[in-house]
Ligand binder design. Structure first.
Ligand code: FE2
Ligand code: FE2
Length: 214
């Protein structure tokens, strides 16, 4: 086996390892402190709690997909600086994943049972758009982050106003998604065709509506 094959096999095994860690194991300790920090837990009613948990489950599912998307892109990125940028973004997304998981558990619920499905779908999309070329994969990331920010903004409107712990997490995620999107644009993202953007919105709607419940 030559070096090239070994490195392809290494990448494949690392990819399988990442996938299993993301969907089948707790996210573990985030690299950075949870933005909810020492913010006091609000006295939420049962229905407020389950609504907040539903929204945070949607965000968690989005972060599972973000892991897969960035890892998928990184696997096939042609430019090593772009690969590094993707891995860096994936590390920040991992903190988001862990913060959402912590918050869902604080609210007494569990992440989406369909996580393997979100991961597999996003990984396939990430890899395919990466194969089309870095400018398209960057364009895909820029558009994804733009749509994610819209979702997070709508969650800030929808979360109970007194749920400051969830809000602190969502606000920090929103700010960092904006940075990820800008980084992708700065690195040469192409503007995606309108029908692709529309398809992405439809896919995101299916995911967010399903993950709220399961
Ligand atoms: Fe994120
Ligand atoms: Fe992001």
């Amino acid at each position: 086996m030559n070096n090239r094959e070994l490195s392809a096999l290494d990448r494949l095994l690392a990819g399988v390892d990442d996938a299993l860690r993301t969907v089948a194991a707790p996210a573990g300790r985030p690299a950075r402190d949870n933005p909810a920090g020492l913010i006091k837990e609000a006295a939420l009613s049962d229905s407020q709690k389950s609504h907040a948990a539903g929204l945070m489950r949607v965000n968690h599912a989005g972060e599972v997909a973000a892991q897969a998307l960035y890892k998928g892109h990184a696997t096939v990125a042609r430019d090593t600086s772009i690969e590094e940028q993707m891995q860096e973004a994936a590390a920040e997304e991992h903190d988001h994943l862990a913060w959402c998981e912590q918050r869902i558990q604080e609210l007494g619920e569990e992440p989406s049972r369909l996580s393997p499905f979100w991961y597999a779908g996003a990984y396939a999309i990430g890899t395919v758009s990466g194969i089309l070329g870095d400018k398209w994969s960057l364009g895909f990331i820029a558009e994804t982050e733009r749509q994610v920010i819209e979702h997070l903004e709508s969650h800030l409107d929808g979360l109970p106003p007194e749920d400051a712990r969830s809000r602190a997490i969502v606000e920090q995620m929103r700010d960092e998604e904006a940075e990820h999107g800008q980084n992708a644009i700065d690195a040469g993202a192409a503007e995606l065709p309108k029908p692709v953007k529309r398809l992405m919105r439809i896919t995101a709607r299916i995911m967010t509506r399903t993950a709220y419940w399961v």
